[in-house]
Write a protein that binds this ligand. Structure first.
Ligand SMILES: [Mg+2]
Length: 385
C-alpha cells in the first residue's frame, strides 16, 4: 500500500486565542497598547476614520456615532475596511443602516419611501421566484423565475435536460407569461452562452447570475456573445457597495442589476447605486428583501418591478418573506405589492421569540451614549481636504 493511502486524517478542529494583559494580540497586529507605534504612540497615523474626529485617535478607537444614516453607514464602512468591503461585514452594516432608516421614519412619522422623496409610481407589480410558476401565475403574479437544475459538470445531457425543464414549464404557463431562469453563480461563459441561445426560442425572459459575482470579464464576454439575442441578462444579488456596482455598471454587461437591500449596504448605499444605474439606463430589480426593497422601489422610477421569493415549502401559497419576524409584513396580492401608510418600513418587530446572543450592561450602554452625546464639536472651520 502506498504511503499516501496511509496518510492520517484530521479528527477534530479547535479554535483558540491568546489573551494577554494588553490585548489579545495574536494575528491582530493592532491589538497592542495605545502607546505602541502602530497605534499612534510615536506619531499620528492617518486612517479611513481620520475624517470622523471622534474615532481618529488610534487605529483601534473606531466606533459609530448616530449622526444620521449617511454618516453612520460611512463610519461603519470605513471602520471595517481592513476586513470588510464585501460579504458578511457589509451585510451586518446593512442591518444597522436599515434599522436607522426605520427609526428616522418613525421619528418623522413618515414611511421610508416618503423620506426618499415620495412615490414615483402608484402601484408596484411583482413577480414570483418559485418552484411552481404555474401556481405563481394563478396567484396573479406578473411573471415567474425558476432555478436552473443542471450545471456544466452535468455535461451535454444536463444542458439538454435544462432545455427540456424550461420547455415543460413554458408549455404549462403559456407563451405570454414572462418566465426567467436563476442560475445562482453555477455556469461558465460557454455554457451560459449556449443555454441562452437554446432557450431564446422558448421565450426565456432573463438569465440571472449565471457566473460567479467577481467574474466581470466573463459577464462582459457573455454579453458580447449574445449580441442580438432577445434574452435579458441580470446579476448583482451578491454584489456589494457602490464600488462593486460601479464596476458592474461601467462594464455594461447586464440589462438589469439586482442588489439585495439587506446585503449591499442598506438603503443608504442602495440609493447611490440606483442613481448610478439611472445614468447607464440599467434597470434595478432588487433581490428579495421584502419591505426594504419595496420602499426603495416605490421611490425611484428605474425600479419598475418587485421580486417576491416564495418561502412556502412547496411554493403553493403566499407566506411572509421574513417568517414570523414581522406579523404585519405586507404581502403581494393580485400581482401588486401595496405598502401600508405607516412610518418607517411600516412593520412591527415581534420580539417574543428573539434572543440576544451578546449582552451589554446598562452601564456600558450609558457610557457609550454619553461619549457620543458629549463628543467635541468643531468650533473653528478648516478647509476639509
Ligand atoms: Mg438569484
Amino acid at each position: 500500500m502506498s504511503g499516501t493511502k496511509n496518510f492520517p486524517r484530521i479528527k477534530s478542529v479547535r479554535a483558540l486565542c491568546q489573551q494577554g494583559a494588553s490585548g489579545d494580540a495574536g494575528a491582530d497586529c493592532h491589538d497592542v497598547p495605545d502607546s505602541h507605534w502602530l497605534n499612534c504612540g510615536l506619531a499620528p497615523v492617518a486612517t479611513p476614520m481620520s475624517c470622523h474626529p471622534q474615532y481618529a485617535a488610534t487605529r483601534k478607537s473606531w466606533g459609530i456615532n448616530a449622526l444620521g444614516t449617511l454618516a453612520v453607514e460611512d463610519q461603519m464602512f470605513r471602520a471595517t475596511l481592513n476586513y470588510g468591503r464585501k460579504g458578511l461585514p457589509i451585510q451586518a452594516i446593512s442591518a444597522v443602516d436599515l434599522a436607522l432608516w426605520d427609526l428616522l421614519g418613525k421619528l418623522r412619522k413618515e414611511p421610508v419611501y416618503a423620506l426618499l422623496g415620495g412615490k414615483a409610481k402608484d402601484r408596484l407589480p411583482v413577480y414570483c421566484t418559485t418552484g411552481r410558476p404555474d401556481i405563481a401565475k394563478s396567484l396573479g403574479f406578473v411573471g415567474a423565475k425558476i432555478p436552473c437544475p443542471y450545471g456544466p459538470s452535468d455535461g451535454d445531457e444536463g444542458l439538454r435536460k435544462n432545455v427540456e425543464f424550461y420547455k415543460s414549464w413554458r408549455e404549462k404557463v403559456g407563451p405570454d407569461f414572462p418566465l426567467s431562469l436563476d442560475c445562482y453563480m453555477a455556469l461558465t461563459v460557454p455554457y451560459a452562452t449556449k443555454l441562452a441561445r437554446a432557450l431564446e426560442p422558448h421565450g426565456l425572459k432573463w438569465m440571472e447570475e449565471f457566473l460567479p459575482p467577481d467574474c466581470y470579464d466573463g459577464y462582459k464576454e457573455v454579453r458580447e456573445n449574445l449580441r442580438g439575442c432577445g434574452v435579458l441578462l441580470t446579476t448583482g444579488e451578491h454584489e456589494y457597495s457602490r464600488y462593486g456596482f460601479r464596476q458592474l455598471l461601467e462594464s455594461r454587461c447586464v440589462d438589469v442589476i439586482q442588489p439585495d437591500i439587506t446585503w449591499l449596504g442598506g438603503v443608504t448605499e442602495a440609493r447611490r447605486v440606483v442613481a448610478m444605474a439611472a445614468a447607464t439606463d440599467t434597470l434595478v430589480i432588487p433581490h428579495g428583501s421584502s419591505v426594504y426593497s419595496y420602499h426603495l422601489q416605490y421611490a425611484f422610477p428605474n425600479c419598475p418591478l418587485a421580486e417576491y421569493i416564495n418561502m412556502s415549502h412547496s411554493a403553493d401559497e403566499i407566506v411572509p418573506y421574513f417568517g414570523g419576524l414581522f406579523p404585519d409584513e405586507p404581502l403581494p396580492r393580485g400581482g401588486f405589492i401595496d405598502l401600508p401608510d405607516r412610518p418607517g418600513f411600516g412593520v412591527t418587530l415581534d420580539k417574543t421569540k428573539l434572543t440576544r446572543p451578546y449582552t451589554r450592561s446598562d452601564v456600558e450602554s450609558k457610557t457609550q451614549a454619553a461619549a457620543n452625546a458629549n463628543r467635541k464639536v468643531p468650533d473653528k472651520p478648516h478647509f476639509p481636504f
